[in-house]
Write a protein that binds this ligand. Structure first.
Ligand code: WTA
Length: 649
């Protein structure tokens, strides 16, 4: 189906009450580009500042002097903005609705209760010796203590690094040592889809792998499982919190003090510690949350992401709380106990805004319409997606079946690096095209270029760059500023390179086409092919490995691994299983190869460079046009790869 086949106008009922109109969007967008200082100077006032800023933007993207500072002489505290300032008018308003994995479990926490919980947690951290600037690793299930832990760090000026609870001990250890974090907050176990996740066991293994880096573990009791507590190192939260005061004044932070580190995968090497700071990030999380979701005071807002990813940071915790919203935190998965779960909970809690990932939509779509139709969903007025391009079929299903053609869909394109939404069809301002990220947010100027950096005008396709800074931009790669410069600012000097390909259509809508680097997007999770390769090569039987993505019905992209075995090892099914298991142990289940092809040789240039283009084509089962193979050292390996390809779909 051509993407031009369908255009949906803003549903009338929605447009009548929308916060923005097409005219208002244009006016604000034009103003944001014409005078960023004035626009962001004004927008900074959405926060309470302990010491007001006098400077707004101080940015250079010149590689010799690269710095990014916003509101640089201002002082504030993130939790004072996310909690304290709401107490007077919203003290009894629900801040969090927590929904358990078990459908019979849920509870609400008011802003007042949130304040007490976060202050007490912050005092526990202080008692354990955590100080301003210290890095604290958080490895938690989706329970409220995960949010309390993040906010408690922000309260006292510690820098949190949340590691997704699905990562392996190896991956956790790598993230602990990279940022020299001596404190880990975890839980005895997590619960997802009726299954237990052994977080403390994993944390203990990670501690062993961290060369003595970890000095303190704070453990939340979730299931009450038998776990091992190490004397002097491990503390139960409920014990450490006994008798601790719920009064903890917010630490005044400079706008450019770090708020958090979040590790994400890139084309090469180990995951990068993306660093976000205090003032600009919160302005950006707050303004995008307000406009992207057409926010109203009585909204019940549900983002189904995990706090282990940036979406959970910006759109479960910081954005919604900065705006005084009622935000849902869900422990479970979309298909447990059954495929109706999301919609049942929307009915039960009166959810008005629902934000999820295309992969979740595709997995529910497979179960048919009945589980959706069995629920009312009348409370929902706006739907959103994030994490990967949404295919038009899934968009249509979400729009018609879930939203009954009543709710606009905000398809939000952004990245861990960008802090929050960069492109989106802002609700009420634009017609909707299924699958299009559509238009830039305030302050964002996208350009499309060819490989040489030449700007491509009009309807075209190219690499997506952003031409100027925005307040929520990452500031550096933790501990490796040069890597930050090399990754984002060197290929196209003077611009931020997103790593994404993008198309602009005749109507000026932007369509993200996917990554143009060696990053793949598996179920909305970013995975570096180099990471999976290095996990495979660390197995004794493997001599060489090359990993590429291929189209996958549910996951968006699947992981396809070509593996060359060491001399004398025979390939068989047992080894294949063993390799998958090995990658799970090295990185985590999200990195499991979907298909492994044993290959006697990989296609290489005469200088020894693996020709990934060819491997991608074969993995996609699109090998009729492999392009120029004349530069290959051994052209015959290609025939073997084609004959033994694993994807014949
Ligand atoms: C992809 C997640 C198309 C994109 C917030 C980006 C998307 C990467 C969309 C970042 C979308 C995210 N449409 N592609 N709406 N949202 N992506 O850092 O390739 O986990 O570069 O951030 O996901 O993934 P990350």
């Amino acid at each position: 189906m051509s993407d031009q086949a369908k255009i949906y106008p803003v549903p009338e009922e929605f447009a009548a009450k929308a916060n923005l109109t097409p005219e208002k969007y244009k006016e604000m967008y034009d103003a944001s580009l014409a005078d960023p200082e004035a626009f962001w100077g004004e927008q900074g006032k959405r926060l309470d500042w302990i010491k007001p800023y006098t400077k707004v933007k101080d940015v250079s993207w010149e590689t010799g002097d690269l710095h990014i500072r916003w509101y640089a002489d201002g002082e504030l505290n993130v939790t004072a903005n996310c909690i304290d300032r709401h107490l007077e008018t919203r003290g009894d308003k629900t801040a969090f609705i927590w929904i358990g994995d078990n459908p019979n479990e849920s509870h609400k926490v008011s802003y007042k209760e949130l304040h007490a919980a976060v202050c007490r947690f912050a005092n526990v951290l202080k008692k354990l010796g955590v100080k301003k600037g210290d890095r604290v690793t958080i490895y938690m299930p989706m329970i409220l203590e995960a949010a309390y832990a993040m906010l408690a760090c922000a309260r006292i000026g510690a820098v949190h690094s949340v590691v997704f609870g699905g990562f392996s001990p190896e991956a956790l250890a790598g993230r602990i040592t990279d940022c020299e974090s001596t404190v880990l907050i975890t839980a005895d176990e997590g619960v997802r889809g009726g299954r237990k996740v052994p977080l403390k066991v994993n944390a203990d293994k990670a501690a062993d792998l961290s060369n003595g880096m970890l000095k303190t573990m704070l453990v939340v009791k979730r299931t009450g499982a038998e776990i091992n507590m190490v004397e002097g190192r491990d503390h139960w939260l409920h014990e450490a919190a006994e008798g601790v005061s719920s009064d903890c004044p917010p630490e005044p932070m400079n706008a450019e003090d770090p708020l958090f580190i979040l590790y994400t995968s890139g084309s090469t090497g180990k995951p990068k510690g993306v660093l976000h700071t205090t003032g600009g990030y919160l302005v950006w999380a707050s303004i995008t949350h307000e406009y992207v979701f057409d926010l109203k005071e009585d909204d019940v807002y549900w983002c189904s992401a995990d706090v282990g990813w940036v979406t959970g940071h910006s759109y479960i915790v910081y954005g919604p709380l900065a705006n005084g919203t009622t935000t849902v935190m869900f422990e479970g998965i979309p298909t447990y106990p059954d495929a109706s779960r999301f919609w049942q909970e929307c009915d039960k809690h009166g959810v008005t805004i629902f934000y999820t990932a295309p992969t979740a939509i595709r997995s529910l779509m497979r179960e048919g319409e009945d589980p959706v139709n069995a629920t009312s969903r009348k409370s929902i007025r706006l739907l959103g997606t994030v994490g990967e391009p949404i295919n038009p079929e899934a968009w249509e299903w979400y729009f018609h079946v879930v939203g009954e053609a009543r709710c606009p869909i905000v398809d939000t394109w952004w990245q861990t690096e960008t802090g929050a939404t960069m492109m989106v069809p802002l609700p009420g301002t634009t017609d909707l095209k299924p699958g299009a990220a559509s238009h830039p947010f305030f302050g964002i100027k996208p350009v499309l270029v060819d490989a040489d950096g030449t700007q491509l005008p009009g309807a075209t396709e190219g690499n997506l760059l952003i031409t100027d800074s925005w307040p929520g931009q990452m500031r550096t790669v933790y501990g490796d500023h040069q890597r930050f410069i090399d990754t984002y600012f060197t290929a196209y000097p003077g611009n931020y390179f997103t790593g994404d390909g993008c198309r602009r259509d005749e109507d000026g809508f932007y369509w993200i086409t996917g990554r143009v680097d060696d990053v793949i997007n598996v179920s909305g999770h970013r995975m570096g092919t180099a990471e999976v390769e290095s996990a495979l090569v660390s197995h004794d039987a493997v001599a060489e490995a090359a990993v590429v993505g291929y189209p996958h019905d549910i996951k968006g992209q699947g992981i396809y691994a070509y593996v060359t075995l060491v001399q004398g090892v025979e390939p068989d099914e047992a080894l294949r299983k063993n390799l998958v298991q090995h990658v799970r142990a090295e990185i985590g289940p999200i990195a499991s190869p979907d298909l492994i092809q044993f290959a006697p040789g990989l296609p290489k240039t005469r200088s020894g460079k693996i020709m990934r283009r060819i491997l991608r084509k074969i993995a996609e089962n699109e090998f009729s046009n492999l392009g120029d193979t004349s530069t290959l050292a051994e052209p015959e390996v290609v025939d073997d790869l084609i004959n033994n390809r694993q994807n014949r779909g």
